[in-house]
Design a protein around this ligand. Sequence first.
Ligand code: F6R
Length: 610
Amino acid sequence: MCGIIGYIGKRNAIPVLINGLKRLEYRGYDSAGIAFFSGNKISVRRCAGKIKDLESAIKGEKLRSVAGLGHTRWATHGRPSEDNAHPHRAGGTVLVHNGIIENYFELKEDLRKKGHVFKSETDTEVISHLIHSFLQKGLSFEDAMREALKLLEGSYAIGVINEKEPGRMLAVKKDSPLVLGLGDGEFFIASDIPAFLKYTRDVIILENNELVSITNKGVSISALNTGKPVRREATRITWSPTMAEKGGYRHFMLKEIYEQPRAVADTIRGRVFPERGEVNLEEFSLRESDLRKIGKVFLIACGTSWHAALVGKYMIEDMARVPCEVDIASEFRYRKPIVPKDSFVIVITQSGETADTIAAQREARKLGARVLTICNVVGSTSSREADSVFYTHSGPEIGVASTKAFTTQLIGLYLFSIALAKAKGGIASGQIKELFSELLQLPEKIKKALQINDQVLKIAKKFCYTRDFLYLGRGINYPIALEGALKLKEISYIHAEGYPAGEMKHGPIALIDNSMPVLALAPDDQVLEKILSNMEEVNSRGGKVIAVTTEGVKKVFAHASDILFMPKTNSYLTPVIFAIPMHLLAYHMAVLKKCNVDQPRNLAKSVTVE
Ligand code: F6R
């Protein structure tokens, strides 16, 4: 996720910006840049790669400035490169941006017709051109900013400087983070507090649609639309710098679990046209005619991404009635798969660098299939080599255990399934609208689901010293049982297995006794009664049942000693909601067992070897 730092004050801005960017490195990035004043002119220095490369690029230059902006870029539109790195300039306007401008394409076309020349592939550059165009019409810096922002759709945190008013910096946010640091005769903007914690602990967390104007005399905040002044009190931060990097959370994994409402909202943003009942196929680099030709879908991935693939099979076959095969990448590459001519391959990978997945992707292309990758990292090997890419906009995932990347992969698969079903004529537009309506409510439902955290902690305290765990699920939630078991294994080192609940009687039932907790995923769907019977099979053998069910399902009380109630959604999206207690339970068990949650033993975030 991009990182922003801005400074105005008594110090030389250059080292403040570089230091701020280093403090934001944990967010993940692929390029970096700074902008600063040289007299009344703004200079920009950028590079693809790391901050130390940026430092080397400016080494030896005696740079001094009282104000400036810095940025680390995590690519969303356009590959990682110097041209795409921020800050972006149009005339004397220079800015940095974190977020996604949904309507950038239309805005860019419009500006092009008016003679604007673009130098990058980013969505961000349109913002600098818009502000510049209003300045050319004679508006003040602040009014030009207000007018430009009226035209933007999407999410943003923006910092802007301008050669017309060298002593002023403007900043604004909508659905992307931006904080204000108030020092003694110096002021900061940043995506996150650690960027300026070394200089001040007095912070204002900005709200959406608040415009901040900063000079070396002070800060004024006003409502973006009305211009009315807004009074906001500063908060004194007592966190250590390391805690601050994790946003106050103890571990990156927990932070990433809590980021899911935002990650899912960003992944949906700009990808659906609810009024038309259509998925934005451009975001999949696909046309409806491509989809119509698909006779069979292969889903290929490893680990948690493979669990997403299993959920995808249920979605695609149920909605679009197109047969799907799911493969673990390391199996696909060696099993001599039969890939008919009309096959379409979906590769799922958070990192885009998993060696087995890349090899399977190459094999699939060699066999003549068209490949779509659902991937979180722009410019990664998988995204470069695929025919089509759907980027999950979950932001960098730092904890080794995948959480927000998983749920956003499910969103990609949900949208693909709807698009395929529509292309195949198997779904009515009313039905699509219902599916979209449920999808758009999902970020709020995830927020609600996260409120079970304290109850999950209680359950974790009860069971954290157990040696084995069984997870049961059925249908579309069977992969979530696998996911719960994998998470528990990898971060708490407790042996766990995920099973389709109906399979329990064919073997694993032999393990059940009073030391064997069984977690049953029992959403309110067509197989609820079946899984209640499976829970009874456990109870009657002295096992302990933890049930995860849908709010309002009272029947479960008779079958489980611990129950977690989750918000209701449609059956296709229950895996997103039900994954949340799985991740939280594994997290708390690992913390209670004093395991290294973010870097579990023997594991790597990106498995780039076979
Ligand atoms: C589990 C986990 C791994 C990854 C797997 C694939 O929490 O993170 O199982 O899912 O290594 O990685 P990607 O998705 O990067 O290909």
